[in-house]
Design a protein around this ligand. Structure first.
Ligand SMILES: Nc1nc2c(ncn2[C@@H]2O[C@H](COP(=O)(O)OP(=O)(O)OP(=O)(O)O)[C@@H](O)[C@H]2O)c(=O)[nH]1
Ligand SMILES: Nc1nc2c(ncn2[C@@H]2O[C@H](COP(=O)(O)OP(=O)(O)OP(=O)(O)O)[C@@H](O)[C@H]2O)c(=O)[nH]1
Ligand SMILES: [Mg+2]
Ligand SMILES: [Mg+2]
Ligand SMILES: [Zn+2]
Ligand SMILES: [Zn+2]
Lengths: 212, 212
C-alpha cells in the first residue's frame, strides 16, 4: 500500500513534467511476444522523421528491444533492465527521463515488461496504456486479465495474418474486451504484413494533435 | 523475504505429502496463451484412462481452463481464481489439495497463471517445472526470462505448426535455453496437429516410472 503511494507520487511528477512539455506518452503492455517492439519499429519507421520520439524499452534481462528500436531508427532510446521486477515503475522512468531532452520530444513510448498482470498496477505517468493482444494467444485474455484491459484506452489486436491458425475469434475477443471496458478503442493489424498499420498511425497522430 | 520462507515451508509440506503418496507433480508455466491448457487436454485424452490425474488450473480471473480440462475428460479438476495475484503459491495449493484423494492419484498437474516472471519464485511442492514457449512469441524469451528457464527441468516448444510465420528459429531458441540451463530437456510439438505429442507422452511416462 505504502509502496504504491510512493509510485503514484513519482508518477504524478512525471505526468506533470510530460504535460508541461506537451509530450504525449504511451505505456505499451502485453504478454511476452505479442508484438510491442514490432509495432514500435513500424511506428518509428513511419513517423520518426516527422516527430521526435523518445523510447524506453524495459525487460527483466537483456537490452534486445532497445537495440532493435535503435536499429529501426529510434534516435532517443534507453533500455531498462529490471534484473527481477516483473514490471516497470515510476522510479525507473524518472531515472531514465533525466537523460532525455524533454524540450524537443513530441512523443514518449514506453515498452513495459511482457506481463499482463503486474504492470497494470504501476502508473508510469503516461497519458494512456496501449494493450496488445495477438491472435495466437487466445481470445479469452481480456476476461482472464481484466485489470490490464480495464486500465487501457486502446487494444491493438496484432498478428491478424495468423487468423485461422487457431480457434481465435476476432469478434469474440472484441466482445470480451468491451465487457471489461466499454470505452476501449480497438484496432486490428499485422506488424508482419502491414495490414491495418495505417489506421494505427492515424489513431496516433490524431491523439498527438488532441494533446496539444 | 519472510513471505517467501512461509511459502517454502508450506511447499515442503506439500512435497512431502506428494512423495509419500508417490504422486508425480508438475508445475506448468508459460506466457499467457502458449498452450498450457491445450497440452493438458491432449495429455488427459491420451493417459486419463490408464493413470489417475489430478489437475489444478489457476488464473487471475475465470475458471475457463478448469472447465476445459473437465470437458477433456479430467475427473479430478479444481480451479484457483487468485483475484489479483500474478502467480500461484503454496498456500493456495494446500487448500485445494485437501479436496483430492491422494491415495488414488498417480499424477498432479498444476497449470500456473500465465506469466514468465513471478511464478518462478514460488515453489508449489512440485517435482519439476515444465516451461512452455510457443513459436509465435519470439526465440529470445529464455534470455529475457532466465529465472523461469533456469528453474525448469523441461522446455516444451509448442505451435511448431506455425514455424515459418515469423523470425522464430528453433535451433536458436534451443541454444538460448541451454545457455541459461544446460540440463533442460527440450521437446517440440504442436497441440494443434499432434506432431511431437508422442515424444511428450513418452517423456512423461518415463518420469512417472522413475518416480516410483
Ligand atoms: N506472424 C506475425 N508475427 C509477428 C507479428 N508481429 C510480431 N511478430 C513476431 O512475434 C514475435 C514477437 O514480436 P516482438 O515484437 O518481439 O514482441 P514483444 O511484445 O516486443 O515481445 P517482448 O518484448 O519480449 O515481450 C517476433 O518473432 C515477431 O517477428 C505479426 O503481425 N504477425
Ligand atoms: N496453431 C496452434 N495453435 C495452438 C497450439 N496450441 C494451442 N494453440 C492455440 O493457442 C491458444 C492458447 O492456447 P491455451 O491452451 O489456452 O494456452 P494457455 O497457455 O493455457 O493460455 P493461458 O492459460 O490463458 O495462459 C488457443 O487459441 C489454442 O487453440 C498449436 O500447437 N498450434
Ligand atoms: Mg519487446
Ligand atoms: Mg490455460
Ligand atoms: Zn509483479
Ligand atoms: Zn508477481
Amino acid at each position: 500500500e505504502k509502496l504504491t503511494s510512493e509510485n503514484d507520487r513519482l508518477a504524478a511528477q512525471i505526468r506533470e513534467q510530460l504535460q508541461q512539455h506537451e509530450i504525449f506518452a504511451l505505456n505499451f503492455v502485453s504478454s511476452p511476444g505479442s508484438g510491442k517492439t514490432s509495432l514500435l519499429e513500424k511506428t518509428i519507421a513511419a513517423l520518426g522523421n516527422s516527430l521526435e520520439i523518445g523510447l524506453i524499452a524495459g525487460d527483466v534481462q537483456t537490452e534486445n528491444d532497445a537495440e532493435r528500436l535503435t536499429r529501426a531508427g529510434g534516435r532517443m532510446v534507453r533500455p531498462i533492465v529490471t534484473g527481477g521486477a516483473c514490471h516497470l515503475d515510476a522510479k525507473m522512468i524518472t531515472r531514465v527521463l533525466s537523460e532525455f531532452n524533454l524540450e524537443t520530444l513530441d512523443l514518449l513510448f514506453i515498452e513495459n515488461v511482457g506481463n499482463l498482470v503486474c504492470p497494470s498496477s504501476f502508473d508510469l505517468g503516461e497519458d494512456m496504456k496501449v494493450v496488445l493482444i495477438s491472435t495466437t494467444e487466445g481470445d479469452d485474455k481480456p476476461l482472464k486479465y481484466p485489470g490490464m484491459f480495464r486500465r487501457s484506452s486502446v487494444m491493438v489486436v496484432n498478428k491478424i495474418d495468423l487468423l485461422g491458425t487457431s480457434d481465435f475469434d476476432l469478434e469474440r475477443v472484441k466482445k470480451h474486451a468491451r465487457q471489461i471496458n466499454a470505452d476501449l478503442d480497438i484496432l486490428e493489424l499485422s506488424c508482419r504484413t502491414g495490414d491495418g498499420l495505417d489506421t494505427w498511425l492515424q489513431w496516433l497522430q490524431r491523439r498527438v494533435r488532441k494533446n496539444r
